[in-house]
Design a protein around this ligand. Structure first.
Ligand code: SF4
Length: 145
């Protein structure tokens, strides 16, 4: 559900979503050009669990500055319509839930969902990808070290 926000915030949200989507297209293109050493396998079980526990990793330098952490929170709340659930300082992660998730676990904006959702799960360039318990996806390593 979309919360009521002022016309100014609506405009800001619209502008930031254009940059977000451009970044999403470019990231998708880059991941096709430069695949990681892990290949995703499996299928989505359509439970919506990942929409309730969206982990956003921040760099250590970013995490140390409260204003930047707040900026990250405000960004995901405004642009993605997420709500902060908790912060995990030891791993520099902000955990959000999405306000578009429906009671039946389906996405309320499926055809216009952002790239972060379309590409989930996307193997990161550094470190072994991890998945939420019960997720239908896993990874296989495609290259030797
Ligand atoms: S936009 Fe849809 S797919 Fe993405 S987190 Fe929200 S409910 Fe899930």
């Amino acid at each position: 559900m979309e919360p009521h926000i002022s016309p100014t915030k609506q405009l800001l949200r619209w502008i930031l979503r254009q940059f977000r989507d451009l970044d999403g297209y470019l990231s998708t293109f880059a991941s096709k050009l430069f695949p990681t050493e892990y290949q995703i396998q499996g299928t989505c079980k359509k439970r919506g669990v990942c929409c309730h526990q969206i982990a956003i990793h921040l760099s250590k330098g970013f995490w140390r500055v409260p204003t930047l952490r707040k900026l990250s929170r405000n960004y995901y709340e405004l642009v993605y319509n997420f709500s902060l659930v908790k912060e995990e300082s030891d791993i520099q992660v902000q955990v959000f839930r999405c306000n578009y998730i429906q009671p039946d676990g389906q996405c309320g904006i499926y055809t216009r969902r952002p790239h972060i959702c379309r590409n989930y799960p996307q193997a990161r360039y550094f470190g072994r990808p991890t998945f939420l318990p019960g997720c239908g996806y896993s990874t296989v390593r495609t290259k030797d070290t």
